[in-house]
Ligand binder design. Structure first.
Ligand SMILES: Cc1ncc(COP(=O)(O)OP(=O)(O)O)c(N)n1
Ligand SMILES: Cc1nc(C(=O)O)sc1CCOP(=O)(O)O
Ligand SMILES: [Mg+2]
Length: 208
């Protein structure tokens, strides 16, 4: 499967009261990867929501990724995204199998991406590229990093952090394969606008 296009990430606060309609609206516009990101400790809600997303993704032929939680990903037979403090990649790969999509947060550090590649990551994520409403304190990355990454990392490159339709094009032009977006997609005031934004993010790849 080609990992290229829009990587939509859910946010439990932003999507409160409109979780499934907004996610479905994004899928309608085209989503390559959908990440379930819920930072709460409410295990039963997390399982319920992740199961609902797995069903929705199956209908739209979209790959589901669970943030932080390799055990939940294994339970659903889907992929996982792991940050630097979310546990090692090698056991996650052993747990999920060779075909699972496993992503790794690499901040602005190429050496972390090289290590992730050696340990079996499917893609590496760099960020944050712009000011992020969702995660303002994430370490900053800049576009020059993408050129180095392109030369040294032979995996799809995901970019994240404050990405919107107004600032995404240069990231794609500099080699980003996946645009990971929360607020720039789901911070819309209607489902129609979410679908329009998803389509517009995808169009950036068609013209690159
Ligand atoms: C695609 C993608 N990239 C980066 C992150 C951030 O992961 P992490 O550093 O573990 O932070 P949290 O998202 O867990 O707060 C991500 N989730 N997805
Ligand atoms: C979850 C996350 N990780 C980041 C990183 O840089 O690793 S930035 C970020 C937030 C992404 O949300 P938004 O698109 O609303 O800025
Ligand atoms: Mg994490």
């Amino acid at each position: 499967m080609k990992l290229r296009g829009l990587y939509a990430i859910t946010d439990s606060q932003l999507l409160a009261g409109k979780f499934l309609p907004y996610v479905e609206a994004a899928l309608e516009g085209g989503v390559t990867l959908l990440q379930y990101r819920d930072k709460s400790q409410d295990e039963s809600r997390r399982l319920r929501e992740a199961e609902a997303l797995a069903e929705l993704c199956a209908r739209y032929n979209t790959q589901l990724i669970i943030n932080d939680d390799a055990e939940l990903a294994a339970r659903l037979g889907v992929g996982v995204h792991l940050g630097q403090t979310d546990g090692p990649l090698t056991p996650a790969r052993a747990l999920l199998g060779r075909n699972a999509i496993i992503g790794s947060t690499c901040h602005a550090q190429i050496d972390l991406a090289e290590q992730a590649a050696r340990e079996g990551a499917s893609y590496v994520a760099f960020g944050r590229f712009f000011n992020s409403v969702t995660k303002p304190g994430a370490p900053a990355a800049d576009i020059a990093l993408l050129e180095q990454a392109h030369d040294r990392i032979h995996l799809p490159i995901c970019v994240i952090g404050g990405i919107t339709l107004d600032n995404a094009a240069p990231l794609v032009a500099h080699g980003a394969s996946l645009l990971a977006v929360i607020h720039g997609l789901f911070g819309a005031d209607s489902t129609q606008e979410v679908t329009r934004r998803a389509r517009a993010f995808n169009a950036l790849f068609a013209s690159a």
